[in-house]
Ligand binder design. Structure first.
Ligand code: NAD
Length: 475
């Protein structure tokens, strides 16, 4: 819908619905580079908002560089609150940055996106917007969601005061490509910013925000559907590379090849590129799995069965990779881990984030617990309650509660253990002095390195048994 021609529309006030891993960091960076624009980040989760307004070293999201930015701009032009209605009323532009998980039941359960939070955001906007408003899809959404949002925005005939609603809206797609762990760098130096839409004036207004710090050549504009689809496809391609190299890691283990060497040899071909060719315990995080499931659902809905099964294969390899790591642990420990003490180093799904959603550590820990092992879990940034919550273990599950402890100190965690499983590539795990720590373990002791971060030379100076993912020499 075209903008009102009455006056030159200017962005002075931004509202972001959703103060999560995307909304919080993205709006902090926008506030940093747009000191003349007020940025209100709103959420229905009071605890999250309280934490955003609390101590800078206890923000709800850990990202390198985030606390510094928040401390510079919070209270100046960046505000966190639960007052969704007021923030919508004041906004010229509203980013929808809410969660879009996979549906757990009903039609499309296990594959389709659950859009209830997007829909409720659109309804709130339609009820409370006061003037022409640009609505931006920041969440990752199935292609064609903008049609749903537009339909909701346009169908509300009365606003919250009961008066006829003559407000106009323009819907844009502006998917976020940040990666957790490097979110601030990704936001400040993006490979590209993608804006999809039909209304040139609104596209230009959003473009002007990014132009404050992003080179214009990096700002790509497309139609709405290309933009929505591109985000899903980008994540599917990234996940595909991980599953590809993970499938190769298994071949390496059976042949004596080393996946690190193969990845380098293959990736130096500029047509292929070296990025995202790191084998590991499979991808985790909140996005890859759900976005591929959603892509699979879209393909099936379009009658593209072969395309759906192609993308489904990426998820199968990911599950299989985690399964075979757990089996390798059991196998090396004589097929029996009942009562054995296994240390899980790293619980976040990757380094430099406190996000545990879909972390490979969750699936592998559960499988090890299922074999009656005793686990000590250690992570520098994930708190004990979040670990237990992620494992879905309640106090009443006494069998499991007694078998899990959380210990941040690595030396203490390792005490009397039979095996250490490195699950996250945290910097501190790269520098563990195994020569010293080996004496704390019960022999024969094992170290399983699922991230290929341990120096083979150094571990060979110890009397520890060693297994490294994708390394045919240590299998
Ligand atoms: N996490 C990532 O790395 C990443 C990267 C790119 C894109 N995305 C996409 O961005 C979206 C958000 O992801 P996230 O990781 O920030 O999710 P998140 O769960 O961390 O945050 C979403 C927030 O939205 C809030 N919310 C939901 N409905 C609301 C409503 N009606 N009003 C106010 N607040 C509401 C929730 O309480 C929650 O705090 C998803 O679509 C995701 O796929 C995520």
């Amino acid at each position: 819908m075209p903008l009102k021609k009455l006056k030159k529309f200017q962005i002075k006030n931004i509202c972001c619905i959703g103060a999560g891993y995307v909304g919080g960091p993205t709006m902090s960076v926008i506030a940093k580079y747009c000191p003349d624009i007020t940025v209100n980040v709103v959420d229905i989760n009071k605890d999250r908002i309280n934490n955003w307004n609390g101590d800078f070293d206890k923000l709800p999201i850990f990202e390198p560089g985030l606390a510094k930015i928040v401390s510079d701009v919070r209270g100046k032009n960046l505000f966190f609150s639960c007052d969704v209605h007021k923030s919508i009323k004041e906004a010229d532009i509203i980013f929808i940055s809410v969660n879009t998980p996979i549906k757990s039941h009903g039609i499309g359960a296990g594959e389709a996106s659950d859009l209830r939070w997007v829909e409720s955001s659109a309804r709130e906007i339609s009820m409370h917007a006061r003037d022409h408003t640009i609505v931006v899809e920041k969440s990752t959404l199935p292609v064609k969601t903008a049609e749903i949002i537009k339909s909701i925005l346009e169908s509300t005939k009365q606003n919250s005061d009961g008066k006829n609603n003559k407000i106009t809206f323009s819907v844009l797609s502006n998917p976020e490509f940040l990666a957790e762990g490097t979110a601030i760098n990704d936001l400040e130096n993006p490979d590209r910013v993608l804006i999809g839409g039909e209304d040139k004036e609104s596209i230009d207004l959003l473009r002007e925000i990014y132009l404050r710090w992003v080179d214009e050549k990096k700002i790509i504009t497309t139609n709405l559907w290309s933009s929505e689809l591109s985000k899903l496809i980008a994540n599917a391609f990234l996940a595909q590379r991980i599953s590809s190299i993970n499938s190769v890691s298994a071949i390496c283990e059976s042949t004596g090849a080393d996946v690190e060497e193969v990845a380098k040899a293959v990736g130096t071909d500029t047509r292929i590129g070296i990025k995202f060719l790191k084998s590991g315990p499979g991808f985790g995080g909140s996005c890859f799995e759900k976005d591929i499931l959603n892509l699979v659902y879209i393909c099936k809905s379009l009658g593209l069965k072969e395309v759906a099964s192609y993308w489904e294969g990426i998820l199968k390899i990911n599950d299989w990779q985690q399964d075979r790591i757990y089996k390798a642990v059991v196998d090396k420990l004589y097929g029996n881990i009942s009562g054995k003490k296994i240390v899980i180093l790293g619980f976040s799904f990757k380094a430099n984030t406190n996000d545990t959603r879909n972390s490979p550590s969750i699936k592998i820990s559960k499988k090890l617990l299922g074999e009656d092992a005793t686990l000590v879990i250690s992570d520098p940034k994930v708190a004990k309650n979040k670990i237990l919550e992620s494992l879905n273990i309640k106090n009443k599950d006494i069998n499991f509660v007694n078998k899990i402890s959380v210990e941040i100190n690595i030396a203490k965690a390792i005490e009397n253990s039979d095996a250490v499983l490195i699950m996250t590539e945290w910097e501190e795990y790269k520098n563990i002095d195994w020569k010293v720590l080996q004496h704390k373990m019960r022999k024969p002791a094992w170290v399983f390195d699922t991230r290929s971060i341990i120096s083979v030379e150094k571990i060979q100076e110890t009397n520890l048994n060693f297994w490294q993912l994708g390394n045919g020499e240590f299998n």
